[in-house]
Design a protein. Structure first.
Length: 320
């Protein structure tokens, strides 16, 4: 009896494995749709940079479909059949947005299968050169000596510069006054002009100002040193252990998409991201390729949602 049951179990396992292999071998059999945000945005750029290489490798066209930023792209993909033919490429506002807007019509962890993080772009803590701050420790000491007197520029509620600053405040135990701006450029200009003390803009957006001396680059917000601004230390290594805040862009499929398809998409996407010409093209736009596994990407998402979610909750940040 044990032998018969053992064979039955092995047969079931064999059939299961055969089905998985079949999925992998037969996929894709038709064009794949990638939904993303409006044309020209960071998510759109990421999708269009990897789509041609994926099309060439997989033998089917990957069609980029643009939708307005917000919940629309995610809502479309969350309701799509889990067959690998409808994908999502979106940035950090996708997985952090529901923390700011509780009525979002999907759950990022429940309704999506992470494929890989495509790229990441660090922010950089910059100050006006007149501020007596040359390191993260200097800034923390000054902020604690003058609580509530320092201010920072923020281009919008829930934006990457905003959340980077709030995370810094929370982890460093300091207080800055937020000055809201309608755009990142306006905030940068006011820091350069000495009207605002500091900011956490994208490294790519202020690299020229840092190199010219109009702004002082204190630290990058990534966990590792950035190729965009070599020589500038990380916040984590400069006095706030564990700090990390980057603009990330990832690829997702609907939940319950077969593992074989997720694995195939991951392998082909990572292969494209590792091409030297793709790395160089992304770096020219201010981003660095990542290309991690689905498991690594999923763990990173959950950790960021927990870390930033606490900051959002404690600070009472909401997008109406």
């Amino acid at each position: 009896m044990f032998y018969r049951h053992g064979c039955t179990a092995l047969l079931a396992l064999s059939l299961s494995c055969g089905t998985s292999v079949a999925w992998s071998q037969n996929y894709p059999a038709k064009p794949i749709q990638i939904f993303t945000t409006e044309i020209g945005g960071g998510s759109d750029l990421a999708a269009r940079m990897v789509a041609p290489g994926l099309s060439a490798n997989m033998g089917q066209q990957l069609v980029v479909n643009n939708r307005p930023s917000g919940v629309i792209p995610g809502e479309i993909v969350s309701r799509a059949p889990p067959d690998g033919y409808t994908l999502l490429v979106y940035g950090g506002t996708f997985w952090l947005g529901p923390l700011l807007q509780p009525k979002t019509p999907y759950d990022v962890v429940r309704d999506f299968a992470p494929i890989t993080m495509l790229i990441s772009s660090p922010n950089i803590l910059v100050v006006h050169p007149s501020l007596p701050v040359k390191s993260v420790k200097d800034l923390i000491a000054l902020a604690k000596a003058k609580p509530g007197e320092l201010n920072y520029a923020s281009p919008g509620i829930g934006s990457s510069p905003h959340l980077s600053a709030e995370l810094f405040k929370s982890m460093a135990g300091v207080d800055f006054v937020r000055i809201n701006y309608k755009g990142t450029g306006l905030g940068i200009n006011d820091v350069i002009g000495g009207h605002v003390h500091l900011m956490f803009p994208s490294a790519a957006g202020v690299a020229g100002h840092v190199k010219s001396g109009r702004l002082r680059g204190v630290a990058v917000t990534s966990a590792k040193l950035s190729a965009l601004l070599p020589g500038i230390p990380t916040v984590a290594a400069s006095g706030v252990p564990g700090y990390e805040s980057v603009s990330g862009f990832g690829m997702f499929a609907p939940a319950r998409t077969p593992v074989a398809i997720i694995t195939h998409l991951n392998q082909e996407t990572v292969r494209v991201l590792n091409l030297p010409e793709i790395k160089d093209r992304f770096l020219a736009t201010g981003a660095e390729t990542v290309g991690n596994t689905p498991e690594e990407f999923s763990a990173r998402l959950k950790a960021e949602i927990a870390r930033v979610g606490k900051v959002i909750k404690d600070a009472g940040i909401r997008v109406e």
